[in-house]
Design a protein around this ligand. Structure first.
Ligand SMILES: [Zn+2]
Length: 239
């Protein structure tokens, strides 16, 4: 919500660094992924995922190829592991690492891992909160231009609540992601898919991927702080 020079300044100071950090995290994960795509693995991402699922009794969780680069995910509603083309067919440290990470989410689901349960509950709330907040911010700017500060402060309060829902989701999501990666590494080792000397290769991809979640969370927190400050300023002006 940028409506004058001081709000522009505040936006640049609080949000600017998060945009740079997000770009840096994206660059990092892409470069780690590319580098580890050159290091061969004994089996494909699909075969690694299948072996880990079967070893844990999850014979009925299917693995499907999905479209799009880095579109890998586990779908808890239909209980399916979906792997992007390069991961599904690839015989590399990147492929087996990412495949095992997605299976890590399937294992969390099968074991009733509490943070995953909370995360799944928080997804619709956070999606609604995020879209509501974005829509309301535009309305808020419009109200400010016409000097309707009372209404604008209510709009900002709603936006703050929406952004807070996003922050809660992101914070719950972090342990879920770190835990899926640590399960992935344990399983890759215990199933003999990677050796202990190859494990650092897998780790470098998974750590870089986790940093994108950390950067995303940092960005959400800074956005929330920004809008809380804006709300404080506008309601102060309202008197
Ligand atoms: Zn994940």
């Amino acid at each position: 919500m940028i409506y004058n020079a001081s709000s522009m300044m505040m936006y640049l100071i609080l949000i600017g660094p998060t945009i740079l950090l997000g770009m840096l995290a994206q660059w990092w994960v892409q470069s780690a992924y590319q580098k580890m795509s050159q290091v061969p693995a004994r089996i494909s991402g699909h075969d690694a995922a299948r072996r880990i699922l079967d070893a844990n009794g999850l014979y009925d969780v299917p693995i499907e190829p999905s479209h799009g680069v880095m579109s890998d995910h586990y779908d808890p509603s239909s209980k399916v592991v979906r792997l992007s083309h390069d991961v599904y067919y690839g015989h590399s440290m990147s492929a087996v690492g990412i495949a095992a990470h997605e299976v890590g989410h399937a294992l969390q689901d099968a074991r009733g891992y509490a943070p995953l349960v909370v995360r799944n509950l928080a997804v619709p709330v956070a999606n609604f909160g995020g879209s509501l907040a974005s829509a309301i911010i535009s309305l808020g700017v419009f109200l400010m231009i016409f000097g309707m500060f009372k209404l604008a402060s209510w709009a900002l309060l709603l936006a703050v609540i929406g952004f807070a829902a996003v922050v809660v989701f992101q914070l719950v999501n972090l342990p879920v992601e770190f835990n899926a990666s640590s399960r992935a590494k344990d399983q890759l080792l215990s199933q003999g898919i990677v050796s202990s000397s190859e494990l650092p290769y897998v780790s470098s991809v998974l750590t870089a991927a986790a940093m994108t979640y950390v950067a995303g969370t940092f960005s959400s927190v800074m956005n929330l702080i920004y809008y809380v400050l804006q709300y404080a300023m506008v309601s102060d002006r309202d008197g």
